[in-house]
Design a protein around this ligand. Sequence first.
Ligand code: HEM
Ligand code: HEM
Length: 148
Amino acid sequence: MDLRKILIVDVVVLVVYAIAANPAVTGVGVHEWLGLGALVVIVAHTAMHFDYLAETLRHAAHRRGLRLAKLVLDALLVLAFMACCVSGLMVSGAVLPALGLYAEGYYFWDPLHAASAKVLLALLLVHVVANWRIAAAGLKRKGNEHDE
Ligand code: HEM
Ligand code: HEM
């Protein structure tokens, strides 16, 4: 797949995340729908990088240590993001009522949402730094080659 298209999705993920992570700026209603929008772009992001994941595993067996560390980080990132989405939905004042639903347990889900958002931010910083060279390669190169 064209690295430039992948880079565009990476940048969209970053921008959507940056807006979604600041409910004080957008208001909580917009924040909730945008948070769900982030889910869509992040699923696209993961799907688009899947080729690279498989390719790296095949061609760079000697770099398994680093690769494994990145996989663990990615798995934690996905877990934090999922915790953030689920807890956000459970305290939602716009999305859930729009679906005709209501959830109990505000005092459990609300601190979880705030905490998972902070863990997500920390992991995302590491993820972006760890993958920056690969993402930036999209600006310079075509084709499937990419280094770590
Ligand atoms: C909350 C936001 C994000 C999540 C949940 C996320 C998640 C993931 C996951 C799970 C992978 C593993 C690849 C796969 O399984 O298909 C991955 C790979 C990657 N991500 Fe993200 N990502 C996020 C944001 C970003 C951003 C903003 C960038 C831009 C720099 C980025 C750049 C990359 C790159 C370059 C890879 C490929 C790494 C490789 O093949 O070694 N990601 N991401
Ligand atoms: C990228 C995903 C998301 C991030 C990074 C994020 C982050 C945040 C942050 C930092 C806050 C402020 C927490 C605080 O008071 O310290 C917040 C509040 C909130 N979020 Fe999210 N959120 C995300 C997704 C969602 C989703 C998908 C929903 C619901 C559908 C949601 C619903 C809410 C609600 C209702 C509040 C206000 C809670 C309150 O004031 O009691 N969030 N979010």
